[in-house]
Design a protein around this ligand. Structure first.
Ligand code: C2E
Ligand code: CA
Ligand code: CA
Ligand code: CA
Length: 277
């Protein structure tokens, strides 16, 4: 029994071993993803709800692994964070997104580019990385938006505020992503130099029928207005959601109603069409 059970000595549940080897496999594949050119960015458009004009794109990371097939960011970003791989990957994302923004601008399509930055990237050298990405690609800082989540900001408030100021000094804008889903107090908003609040899809999806969510969204927009922050709603899927959000003064919107995230070439075509008067 002992010899037979050798490989099973560590864990009683066979499922756990599967889970661990699965994870190791993904980690090994992710280590090679950059050099194997398996990562790409998709772009999802953002619009002014008032004018309907396209204002920018959010860059979203995609991984088509030769070994594992398509793996969604909700699965591999946490792994990249735990293993430290997020540093090189995040740097690649930043540079690639800035490159694309600069290319679009050179072709006469000046749009803002929003890039997600995870909590572990939120370290002292971030302003240097951003400055170097802007410099080497030639993207004007005013076209770059850094999206951060509450968890990233709450780790060390003093240090965070100092770093945000450095980023802003470059001319970059800062958006608070998934606003309302974290545990932060509203008082923090006042102490952090932010430019934009991104209302999470969780509050958008049952608009305009749910009376709790309509109240919450109105309240969040009120807060934003009083603090002088721009607003974006994410996950807009229906014309009714759009109409409600426009009606209560949300400035911008993003969601499947307009377009899913798409590869850069497709986004270029999309923009050309969108710009036809
Ligand atoms: P997020 O930053 O909150 O991005 C919004 C997510 O909502 C994206 O999922 C987007 O495709 C999806 N979405 C947009 N509109 C709609 C809609 O109308 N309905 C629904 N159901 N979903 C919509 P995605 O691309 O799978 O990304 C998931 C998360 O992975 C992102 O959430 C972000 O936290 C993370 N992520 C993606 N790319 C990066 C990256 O380059 N760096 C980092 N650190 N995280 C990233
Ligand atoms: Ca985001
Ligand atoms: Ca979000
Ligand atoms: Ca989200």
């Amino acid at each position: 029994a002992k010899a037979q059970g050798r490989h099973r000595l560590q864990f009683f549940e066979p499922g756990i071993n599967d889970h661990i080897s699965q994870r190791l496999k993904m980690e090994q594949a992710l280590r090679l993803a950059l050099s194997n050119r398996e990562l790409s960015l998709h772009y999802q458009p953002q619009y002014s709800l008032r004018t309907g004009a396209l204002t920018g794109f959010e860059a979203l990371l995609r991984w088509h692994s030769a070994e594992l097939g398509y793996v969604g960011p909700d699965r591999f970003i946490p792994l990249a964070e735990e293993t430290g791989l997020i540093a090189p990957i995040g740097e690649w994302v930043l540079r690639s997104a800035c490159e694309q923004g600069a290319r679009w601008r050179a072709e006469g399509m000046e749009v803002a580019i929003a890039v997600n930055v995870s909590a572990c990237q939120f370290r002292h050298d971030l302003p240097d990385l951003v400055a170097s990405a802007l410099e080497s690609t030639g993207l004007p800082a005013g076209l770059l938006v850094i999206e951060v989540t509450e968890t990233a900001l709450m780790q060390d408030l003093e240090q965070t505020a100092a770093m945000l100021l450095q980023l802003r000094a470059l001319g970059v804008r800062i958006a608070l992503d998934d606003f309302g889903t974290g545990y932060s107090s509203l008082a923090y908003l006042k102490r952090l130099p932010l430019d934009k609040l991104k209302l999470d899809r969780a509050f958008i999806q049952s608009l305009p029928d749910d009376s709790d969510d309509t109240a919450i969204v109105r309240a969040m927009l009120d807060v934003a207005r009083h603090l002088g922050l721009e607003t974006v709603a994410e996950g807009i899927e229906t014309p009714q959601q759009q109409a409600f959000l426009d009606g209560v003064g949300c400035a911008e919107g993003q969601g499947y109603l307009y377009a899913r995230p798409m590869p850069a070439e497709q986004a270029t075509d999309f923009m050309r069409e969108a710009q036809i008067p």
